[in-house]
Design a protein around this ligand. Structure first.
Ligand code: HSE
Length: 426
């Protein structure tokens, strides 16, 4: 059976998806009996060197050439960003096309609308590549693990930041230099601010919250910090204490309360997430039947993401061939669970004070302001920090809000204090 596909956007991921199909088209045909072809491509940059031949007549600059083409069954959206991508996906769904996307920003912003529109138009909507790149995490959570209630999720779901932190940790490289390499390798977003500020991770966590807990969150409402403030000194201190710093998305259900956040986090060396390096991603989940489980793979890059995109296309094409290509009604929001923001975690705090302020003075001030100190240490003063003393504290579990209030009071109590790092501990 022949299945024709329209592709919206042939940048890095579009190129990787096209290449995945061309590379394995024969194998896919042998496995499924489906001859899948990308027949039309919406893309301005026709002449870009993609490393392989793409017939020029496939390109168009008019999206309606794809939406109104009766021979096209499936539309892949790989433009990125919320608009015009969402409008294009809605247009395709309303025109009876099945839609596949890797667009986490658009899916996180319009989750219910896209799923409901697919259902109403008796077509399928798939978004596997939107979280975890090549890792089939959405398939796993919504199908193979759907017999579970989820209790916890922790994930490294941004390849760019994991690549940067890994290279800074393993080779002592500079943040800016490594970011440039991540961009060259096609991991980073067009504007890498979304990667390094944790916005991309918040989009992905919003999708995971909807899937795992039925909770709808606007990504901007998720408590979040990126990696721009992480210094080599933080990385070295973490290592000396038995931790690696990773940008994590975390969610946890306690009774009917669900907390979540996106934060750089100290991960103990012994935790499987600590071994996830470079552009690799991992999603660690705890289900009430399966218990602990971790999915691992490349979370960014043209071919790994192309693998997930084409997996969705093949699922839909197979359903078309069986004449069952429609979605069931989407799972509604879970009104029984309550989202409570960021929960309580242990924290690492690094601060500096004038050298006449002792470790005992600072510790007493932290304790007086309600922080429960688990351990502390004095840092050696470097030449550029003459006259200042640096201290590191590990604080027993405290909520984000309580910590913020305590730090504000500490800054009033000790004139010379400067809080340089606050990092969650897994
Ligand atoms: N910029 C994203 C990342 C791409 O680095 O993970 C995959 O979503």
């Amino acid at each position: 059976m022949k299945i024709n596909v329209g592709l919206l956007g042939m940048g890095n991921i579009g190129t990787g998806s096209y290449q995945t199909l061309e590379m394995n088209r024969k194998t896919i045909f042998e496995r499924t009996g489906l001859d899948i072809e990308i027949t039309r491509i919406l893309e301005r940059d026709v002449d870009r060197d993609r490393g392989f031949f793409v017939p020029k007549e496939k390109f168009t600059q008019n999206p309606d050439d794809i939406f109104s083409d009766e021979n096209i069954d499936i539309v892949i959206e790989l433009i990125g960003g919320i608009e015009p991508a969402t409008t294009f996906m809605m247009e395709a769904l309303k025109n009876g096309k099945h839609v596949v996307t890797a667009n986490k920003a658009a899916v996180a912003a319009n989750y219910d609308m896209l799923l409901e529109t697919a259902y109403e138009n008796k077509v399928m909507f798939r978004y596997e590549a939107s979280v975890g790149g090549g890792i089939p995490v959405i398939n796993a959570l919504t199908k193979a693990l759907s017999a579970n209630e989820f209790e916890e999720i922790h994930g490294i779901v941004n390849g760019t930041t994991n690549y940067i932190l890994s290279q800074m940790t393993d080779f002592g490289l500079d943040y800016a230099d490594v970011l440039k390499v991540a961009q060259e390798k096609g991991f980073a977003e067009a504007d890498p601010t979304a990667d390094v500020e944790g916005i991309d991770v918040a989009n992905k966590l919003a999708i995971l919250m909807a899937i795992c807990f039925g909770i709808r969150l606007a990504p901007m409402d998720i408590p979040r910090a990126g990696i721009t403030a992480i210094s080599k000194e933080d990385i070295d201190i973490a290592a000396s204490m038995g931790y690696k710093i990773k940008l994590l998305c975390s969610a946890k259900k306690t009774g009917n309360d669900v907390e979540c956040h996106v934060k750089p986090t100290f991960v103990p060396f012994g935790h499987p997430i600590a071994a996830v390096n470079n552009e690799f991603n991992a999603i660690f989940a705890k289900g009430n039947a399966v218990d602990d489980l971790m999915l691992y793979g490349k979370g960014a890059g043209p071919l790994p993401t192309g693998s997930a995109v084409m997996g969705d296309v093949i699922e839909i094409a197979t359903a078309i061939s069986k004449e069952v290509a429609f979605d069931l009604p989407p799972v509604k929001e879970n009104k029984e669970l309550k989202y409570i923001g960021e929960g309580a975690d242990e924290r690492y705090i690094k601060l500096s004070v004038n050298e006449d302020v002792t470790l005992g003075d600072v510790a007493a001030c932290l304790a007086n302001n309600g922080l429960d100190i688990k351990s502390c240490r004095q840092l050696c003063a470097s030449d550029d920090k003459k006259g200042r003393a640096g201290y590191v504290f590990i604080i027993n579990a405290v909520s984000g809000k309580a910590l913020e209030t305590a730090l504000e009071k500490i800054c009033k109590d000790i004139d010379s204090v400067k809080v340089s790092s606050v990092i969650n501990i897994l």
